[in-house]
Ligand binder design. Structure first.
Ligand SMILES: Nc1nc2c(c(=O)[nH]1)N[C@H]1C(S)=C(S)[C@@H](COP(=O)(O)OP(=O)(O)OC[C@H]3O[C@@H](n4cnc5c(=O)[nH]c(N)nc54)[C@H](O)[C@@H]3O)O[C@H]1N2
Ligand SMILES: Nc1nc2c(c(=O)[nH]1)N[C@H]1C(S)=C(S)[C@@H](COP(=O)(O)OP(=O)(O)OC[C@H]3O[C@@H](n4cnc5c(=O)[nH]c(N)nc54)[C@H](O)[C@@H]3O)O[C@H]1N2
Ligand code: SF4
Ligand SMILES: [Mo]
Length: 898
């Protein structure tokens, strides 16, 4: 048994993990007590990481390639794959120029991977067409930091969470998306209960439910809110005039603008009470230290940069920046969103926060790389949405995608799929073979994944942590940096045979050194960090120039900013409505976001049945009043459509969404659904400054889908992932199909079609191994087109499978019994009865598998949170469910004592 210190591969909190392994397999994981992000804590996703790595089903194990355009991919060796990639890219570059190729990479790559991709695109090929999924995520935050402070990156650190007196969450559902930081905030509030929490979110999220003040604004109205708050602060003399005079510029123009944003007018635009807006401004302005935490509710907007700037304006105007517990803290989503920004891994920036359009900057980077200065293109590359447009239009011929799944995560999927279909050549570097993008790859390059690779990542507070391999990558999978370097060597032999190799790196440490040298003298100078230091002293924050022992926790403490004159800049931010307003034909505002226990396209979290328990199925959530007005009931299938496209989802009803809006989680896609997920309907309109698309908002219509033929199928299996792999290709044939993994080892499939589909059913019976026999009973009613099969296994016999098609009455009750795993009592034929199911009892606590009914029962008898935790064990391990436990305590119907 060995233990390897590494970092969680999911969110931007960047928790340290200790991976246990037996040399070939990962056997366990625990939080690293020494890591300054989490001090030993992990959330549900981090705790279940070993389960994601337990099976090789669907792992990309060796390179695959299409030998002709329309053939299926075949296994090839690395040399053939890499030679082909290099030759095809070189050929297209020779014929059409460097901008005819593109790279679309990811904030989940390690810094070293990122560095080499950047070198490959910008240094070797000479194109800036390298963009990343961070365009869908962080680019508005980057743009705003640069415009306001002169440089990218937050001024704050995690310790500020414990020191703030007022915490403003803006468009962040931190309880779900940054759970371990949320645990730190909960603990801070428990010790200092006077701390005020304000949450700005159109939905009443678990984060909002815990706030002292929830501003449930109309979607997209944040700028109006911040302008209104600033108006109040100016009017009441709560701005810090000394700070403004000494350290900023632009206040006079801003003041002119916000004169019009009276609290009354702003509150009306936002759809909230004027008094609440004023309370928020008072708390923010009068607290000794005000910290704002913001995420996709601000960034993913056609006015995302302005939303960020308007919030930063509030901080600058009140001097709430550069001091303990205060500042605008943009939370990064992905584990290395920050590292990607450091290496300049986007189409609009150069390494170490340098600018593409700056001749001096290009020359510095070219000199460091050892390439002629003219090689570096002065033209910005195409940002994500424009990149896929250019691919569709044939201006870009070849694309190399690494560590992201654009056929699921990009807005407006129809044209994205068309682009991938039209492309001359698509390379995909992935750890799994069954993502939606994999279908389009001409070459699939198998990547090593978490637990199998070495490098570094930088978390939300600018802290660089080591990622270490605990085991060897399976099959022929290779680290991402190795793949980029090998292809790079082959490409340079074709394009620039005269030049010494740019890719002479044989390990990740040397790549890190090359990266750190390029930062020397810049705002993010990490000249003092190398692997030896990280080994010795643990994770480090930047900047940390040579000669310093520790990095800077807080930036701009002296009021000197990274702008040319050292002053921060306030920007004039007029409010503009969402890009696609609702209308009579598309009356609902579509909000999208995250679930507590799933990660993005679910290629990893979707391998762990336990992670489905909290939300087993996809859905579109609507306010009760809107549902009632339309005569809709929970569970009915709805067609959700925008002008662009749509999908079918079951209806969920909850007053957590405001009337007039609906919400869908972003996670589900072709691995689990018959469609690509909610981005079938979303909008590709981008912010004019950051080019980040408005993934949070679109206008949609939600109508009952008339799909009378229903089926519910479930099968227990020793290898539920293999079963998933076999069923996945059948999903797309249905008008609605949703697959989930439940219990420990049960695959559940819900299906709906316009007409009965006997042929499909026959095939799915085959795949599920449910042919009538001694342990599989069948019931048929040909006249009604009803087929039911039920399977048992073992002695004593337990339910092992069910398939109800044409009539699903009773199927849910039977599924509940299958999941319970009880011994079957009484006649087997009773399985076909249509007994109604009890309402679903959700698993609230994942670690201890505690259900909602157990919690509400205790709460109903008057038990408080502590007693419930002590009795049931829920909320005592990772704590991810604590926000929900608190709500259940408050809302439980009171029961009489037993
Ligand atoms: N469990 C889990 N955690 C994750 C991830 C994951 O996939 N799963 N992904 C990681 C990544 S990459 C990211 S970027 C982060 C995202 O983290 P968050 O941004 O916190 O999560 P989201 O759910 O995308 O969006 C946050 C909230 O924005 C709200 N919102 C929508 N429109 C508006 C608006 O106009 N104004 C305001 N103020 N709010 C609005 C939504 O209702 C939603 O509750 O999460 C990271 N952490
Ligand atoms: N509607 C809507 N859409 C959204 C969002 C939203 O809120 N709403 N959020 C957006 C945001 S913020 C983000 S960040 C994106 C995320 O969207 P994606 O980037 O598509 O997210 P993932 O599913 O995490 O994709 C990462 C891929 O890399 C693979 N992988 C895992 N490990 C490795 C590895 O080590 N190497 C390589 N090469 N591959 C690996 C995984 O299997 C997975 O398929 O989605 C965006 N899309
Ligand atoms: S909060 Fe959870 S998902 Fe994020 S880094 Fe920590 S353990 Fe991983
Ligand atoms: Mo993200």
């Amino acid at each position: 048994m060995t233990q390897t210190a590494s970092t969680c591969c999911y969110c931007g909190v960047g928790c340290g993990v200790l991976i246990a392994s037996d040399g070939t397999r990962i056997t366990g994981v625990q939080g690293d007590p020494a890591h300054p992000a989490n001090y030993g804590r992990l959330c549900t996703k981090g705790m279940t990481l070993p389960a994601t790595a337990a099976s090789l089903t669907n792992r990309a194990l060796y390179p695959e390639m299409r030998l002709t355009r329309d053939s299926t991919r075949q296994r090839v060796d690395w040399d053939s794959a890499l030679d082909t990639v290099a030759a095809r890219f070189a050929d297209i570059i020779r014929r059409h120029g460097p901008d005819a190729v593109a790279f679309y990479v990811s904030g989940q790559l390690l810094t070293e991977d990122y560095y080499l991709f950047n070198l490959l695109a910008k240094g070797l090929i000479g194109t800036n067409n390298i963009d990343t999924n961070s365009r869908l995520c962080m680019s508005s935050a980057v743009t705003a930091y640069k415009m306001a402070f002169g440089a990218d990156g937050p001024p704050t650190c995690y310790e500020d969470l414990e020191l703030a007196d007022c915490v403003l969450f803006a468009g962040s559902n931190m309880a779900y998306a940054h759970p371990v930081l949320f645990r730190r905030l909960e603990a801070a509030k428990a010790t200092r209960p006077a701390t005020r929490w304000i949450v700005i979110d159109p939905r009443r999220t678990d984060t909002a439910a815990m706030a002292d003040l929830h501003l449930q604004i109309q979607p997209g109205t944040d700028v109006a809110l911040f302008n209104g708050m600033l108006h109040h602060l100016i009017w009441e003399g709560l701005v810090d005039s000394d700070y403004l005079a000494a350290h900023t510029e632009g206040f006079a123009e801003l003041k002119k603008l916000v004169r019009d944003y009276t609290p009354k007018m702003a509150a009306e635009l936002c759809g909230i009470a004027e008094a609440d807006l004023i309370t928020a401004a008072e708390w923010f302005g009068r607290s000794p230290a005000s910290l704002s935490l913001y995420c996709m509710g601000l960034n993913q907007s056609a006015h995302g940069t302005d939303k960020n700037l308007a919030l930063i304006n509030l901080h600058l105007a009140t001097g709430q920046v550069g001091k303990p517990g205060a500042g605008p803290f943009s939370l990064t989503g992905q584990p290395n969103a920050m590292g990607g920004r450091e290496v300049g891994g986007m189409a609009t920036m150069l390494a170490a926060h340098r600018d593409i359009s700056n001749d001096q900057h290009r020359a510095e980077v070219a000199a460091h790389w050892g390439v002629p200065a003219e090689r570096l293109s002065p033209r910005p590359g195409l940002p994500a949405v424009a990149m896929f447009d250019a691919l569709r239009e044939g201006k870009i011929k070849a694309i190399w995608i690494a560590c992201t799944n654009p056929a699921h995560s990009m807005p407006d999927l129809g044209p994205v799929r068309e682009a991938l279909q039209h492309a001359e050549f698509v390379v995909l570097q992935e750890a799994y073979t069954n993502t939606d993008t994999a279908a389009f790859a001409d070459v699939l390059l198998p990547a090593a994944s978490w637990g199998e690779k070495n490098g570094t990542v930088t978390n939300s507070e600018r802290r660089i942590s080591r990622v270490r391999a605990a085991i060897a990558a399976p099959g022929e999978a290779r680290p991402d940096w190795w793949i980029a370097a090998e292809a790079g060597r082959r490409m340079e032999a074709l394009l620039h045979p005269e030049q010494p190799s740019l890719f002479g790196f044989d390990d990740a440490a040397r790549i890190f050194d090359a990266h750190s040298q390029l930062t020397v003298g810049r705002d993010l100078d990490i000249g003092g960090i190398d692997y030896a230091l990280l080994e010795r002293n643990g994770p480090q924050q930047w900047p940390l120039p040579a000669g310093m022992q520790v990095g800077l926790a807080r930036r701009y403490v002296d009021g000197m900013f990274a702008t040319i004159n050292g002053r921060a800049r306030l920007h004039v931010t007029p409010y503009k409505p969402v890009a696609e307003p609702t209308n009579a034909r598309y009356p609902f505002h579509l909000l999208t976001g995250r679930l507590r226990d799933q990660w993005h396209g679910m290629s990893r979290s979707g391998r762990v049945p336990q992670l489905f328990a909290h939300t087993p199925e996809p859905g579109i959530t609507m306010h009760p009043t809107d549902a009632e007005r339309r005569g809709l009931r929970a569970g009915e299938l709805m067609r959700v459509s925008s002008k662009r496209g749509g999908l079918v989802l079951p209806l969920a009803i909850s007053d957590s969404v405001p009337s007039g809006s609906v919400f869908a989680a972003m996670h589900w896609n072709g691995q689990f659904l018959n469609s690509g997920g909610i981005n079938e309907a979303s909008l590709g309109k981008v912010d004019g400054k950051s080019f980040q698309p408005e993934l949070k908002h679109a206008a949609v219509r939600v109508e009952r889908a008339e799909l009378p033929w229903r089926a519910l199928l479930a099968r227990r299996s020793d290898d539920v992932l293999a079963l998933h792999a076999a069923v996945q290709p059948l999903l797309a044939e249905c008008d609605y199909a949703a697959l989930s993994l439940q219990g420990r080892d049960v695959l559940v499939l819900r299906v709906a079609c316009a007409t009965a589909n006997a042929d499909w059913l026959a095939r799915v019976f085959d795949v599920l191994d449910m042919q009538p026999g001694s342990d599989v009973l069948e019931y048929r009613d040909a006249r009604r087109n009803v087929v039911k099969r039920v399977a048992w296994q073992g002695t004593p016999a337990r339910l092992a499978g069910l398939a109800f098609a044409g009539d699903v009455a009773g199927a849910d009750a039977l599924l509940a019994r299958l999941l319970e795993g009880e011994v079957w009592q009484g006649p087997r034929l009773a399985a076909f009865s249509n007994k109604p199911a009890a309402p679903r009892d959700r698993v609230i606590c994942n670690c201890k598998q505690v259900k909602e009914s157990q919690i509400t029962e205790l709460a109903g008898r008057g038990a408080g949170l502590d007693e419930i935790k002590a009795t049931l064990g829920c909320g005592t391990v990772c704590g991810s469910c604590v926000p929900e436990l608190k709500q259940l305590c408050v809302n439980a119907p009171q029961l009489a004592a037993p």
